[in-house]
Design a protein around this ligand. Structure first.
Ligand SMILES: Nc1ncnc2c1ncn2[C@@H]1O[C@H](COP(=O)(O)OP(=O)(O)OP(=O)(O)O)[C@@H](O)[C@H]1O
Ligand SMILES: Cc1cn([C@H]2C[C@H](O)[C@@H](COP(=O)(O)O)O2)c(=O)[nH]c1=O
Length: 266
């Protein structure tokens, strides 16, 4: 379970991002991404323990080192209301929460962070790095809980008010959905008591991880898979390479600096 509630707005300085775009839109995987004057929006996705918070943090630090103005956030959370909803959603004591109630709480947290943090940051030209976003709802409440994906897409749209990620890095702690679920849960549960979602069972998490695989397989030009089954520095460089077309100033040296600052060894 990710317990650090300190993720929120943290601004760097310097160059605004000159890139952005509408969701999916059938881009080639290596095509440049245009953000039409606003900042760039990157999301990190994957099942439990995939490495999202580690790589959101390292990517944000590398981008700041490269001179970008960066806002790093997580979902659910990132605003006082969102963090309160996160506490309800993750508490094992919330076991009675229905799937519909769960969906609406995630969407409420999302509507809040989009309005309060993400939209204003993008409007001023900042880069936004977000740990989980709308794809998590499709994977967890759609594939995991069995709610209608078309309804979820509509709910996502309402909460996002026209904002969509330019690029999404899907982290894979193992090559297949089933193995990723097992390895990711093992990693996540090593770091503390399992939260309500982590307690949902292996079959649930296999469906979730399979759904992330399916999003990558759409080859829509937004979803990029990155293996997180090796050393953290290698994955950090691969994440940076995956988003480089949004951030031309970002270099391997910036990633090295972020890695060194966190004390990771090669
Ligand atoms: N290549 C890697 N990249 C990221 N994390 C890794 C890697 N290899 C091992 N790990 C370990 O996996 C664990 C989970 O990482 P992290 O908390 O970043 O994942 P997460 O996806 O944010 O988890 P959660 O879904 O529980 O919030 C950490 O203990 C981390 O050290
Ligand atoms: C955004 C979102 C998240 N979830 C789930 C996924 C995780 O189990 C938790 C968040 O905790 P983490 O430490 O950030 O991994 O919430 C979900 O089910 N639906 C969503 O839309």
């Amino acid at each position: 379970m990710q317990t650090d509630p300190s993720q929120g707005v943290a601004d760097g300085q310097g160059a605004a991002v000159s890139a952005g775009v509408a969701e999916g839109a059938g881009r080639a995987a290596d095509a440049p991404v245009s953000t039409e004057g606003r900042g760039a929006f990157v999301t990190l996705e994957g099942g439990e323990g995939a490495g999202k918070s580690t790589h959101a943090r390292l990517l944000a630090a590398a981008l700041r080192h490269a001179g970008y103005d960066v806002v790093q956030v997580r979902e659910p959370g990132g605003t006082p209301i969102g963090e309160a909803l996160r506490a309800i959603l993750l508490a094992p004591e919330s076991a009675a929460l229905t799937s519909a109630a769960e969906l609406f709480l995630y969407e409420a947290a999302r509507a809040q962070i989009v309005a309060e943090v993400i939209a204003p940051a993008l409007a001023r030209g900042a880069a936004v790095v977000c740990d989980r976003f709308t794809d998590s709802t499709l994977a967890y409440q759609g594939a995991g809980r069995g709610l209608d994906p078309a309804f979820i897409a509509q709910a996502n749209e309402l909460a996002c008010a026209g904002i969509a990620p330019d690029l999404t890095v899907v982290l894979r702690p193992a090559p297949s959905g089933a193995a990723a679920a097992e390895e990711g849960l093992k990693r996540a549960c090593e770091t503390g008591e399992a939260d309500r979602l982590e307690q949902a069972g292996l079959a649930f998490h296999e469906r979730v991880n399979h759904a992330f695989e399916e999003l990558v397989e759409t080859q829509d030009g937004r979803h990029v898979a990155v293996a997180s089954d090796g050393p953290i520095p290698d994955t950090a460089q691969a994440v940076a390479a995956a988003v480089q077309r949004l951030f031309p100033q970002l270099s391997a040296e910036d990633v090295d600096a972020a890695i060194a600052a966190e004390g990771h060894l090669r």
